[in-house]
Design a protein around this ligand. Structure first.
Ligand code: ADP
Ligand code: MG
Length: 355
């Protein structure tokens, strides 16, 4: 009723605020995994092993062989805005690593059971710690919450169990574990193509064979052959484009005019982060249209490096969207280069068949 006094404004309980913030960063298991992959790569790992149960809702575990975490940092590891990667706001413009705000582990600890086992080179043993709501928590009620020494190899193992256990509405929103697992394999496959020198494996818990596996010494084309197929791997051309004025360089592999599929496959990385861009996708499809049969689409793996000062990575909590200056001009340079490369191959093919 309009003549009732207004309700008083109250602050939300901190716990509610944290859960809301976490849910904005992590909408599905694949988003938690993306953060964990980026952390493992940031730590200099050359091997990432991923284990999944129930599409990541029951279990997401990633084991790396990176530099590990100091035992003394474990108490604040999952606090919000604790990071080893960013010190001042100005650093946001020159940050070279994936993570930048120290929010990923904090978020995960608010909506899942999180266990971290880690060993640095200098430490004589590994340390195991459990977290709930940003804080260290005992493994079992009544025990101490302090990290426990244990056996382990150098590197870090992050175990995320029962994701969204305390967000029942979100939990109920997942229809099928296999759909979530497919998203996970897609994401791991993208990083496995991009991160040369790093071995990747991903499988469902209990399965004897891997859903996906590449060795650390596999070349980029090998990786595409293993993760996609030989048909595309045999028809790839190396791609590079750069422009000083627009402050970018890019490299990758693109399919030639002999190859086409029903739907475009675009593996896009901007400053080593897997991102989506409908603008780039549309422009590339348009460029290919005059080289491919009607309804045919290309395979594109494109790694774009843009002067960090021109990129705004801070636009969206999930970091899936990246804004950058001169987007149109950069896309044009890339598409011109693709066109030139397709035309070159086209003529060499004509020449070969004629001779
Ligand atoms: P950010 O990556 O933005 O710094 P995170 O919450 O993802 O924030 O991680 C917090 C910190 O924990 C990182 O800065 C890093 O020091 C440490 N860390 C997280 N994962 C790993 C890992 N796999 N290996 C080594 N250190 C890690
Ligand atoms: Mg991170």
């Amino acid at each position: 009723p309009p003549n009732e006094p207004p309700r008083r404004i109250r602050a939300l309980h901190q716990d509610v605020v944290n859960k809301i913030a976490a849910g904005e960063i992590i909408v599905a298991p694949v988003h938690a995994l993306k953060e964990l992959i980026e952390n493992a790569v940031d730590a200099g790992s050359t091997s990432l092993e991923i284990l999944v149960k129930d599409g990541g809702l029951k279990l997401l575990q990633i084991t790396d062989n990176g530099h590990g975490i100091n035992r003394d940092d474990l108490p604040i590891l999952c606090e919000r805005f604790t990071t080893s990667k960013l010190k001042a706001f100005e650093d946001l413009t020159s940050i070279g690593t994936y993570g930048f705000r120290g929010e990923a582990l904090a978020s995960i600890s608010h909506i899942a059971h999180l266990t971290v086992t880690t060993k640095t080179q200098d430490s004589s043993c590994a340390w195991k710690a459990h977290y709930a709501g940003s804080k260290l928590t005992p493994a079992k009620p009544g025990q101490s919450a302090d990290p426990k020494p244990c056996a382990g190899r150098q590197g870090t193992q992050i175990t995320v169990e029962d994701l969204f256990y305390n967000v029942p509405t979100r939990r109920r929103a997942f229809r099928s574990a296999s759909e979530e697992y497919a998203k996970i394999l897609d994401l791991v496959g993208r990083y496995a193509v991009h991160c040369s020198g790093v071995a990747f494996s991903c499988k469902k818990q209990g399965d004897s064979s891997s859903g996906l596996s590449v060795t650390s010494n596999a070349s980029t084309i090998d990786r595409i052959r293993i993760l996609h197929n030989s048909a595309v791997a045999n028809e790839l051309v190396e791609f590079t484009a750069a422009n000083e004025r627009w402050g970018f360089k890019s490299e990758g592999y693109i399919s030639n005019a002999n190859y086409s599929v029903k739907r475009t496959v675009l593996l896009l990385f901007i400053n080593h982060r897997s991102v989506e861009s409908s603008a780039i996708k549309k422009a590339v499809e348009h460029t290919y249209a005059s080289f491919l049969p009607k309804g045919g689409h290309p395979f594109i793996y494109l790694s774009l490096e843009i002067d960090p000062a021109r990129v705004d990575v801070n636009v969206h909590p999930t970091k899936r969207e990246v804004n950058f200056l001169n987007e149109e001009e950069i896309i044009e340079v890339i598409c011109e280069e693709i066109k030139a490369s397709l035309a070159k191959i086209d003529t060499s093919r004509t020449f070969l068949t004629q001779s």
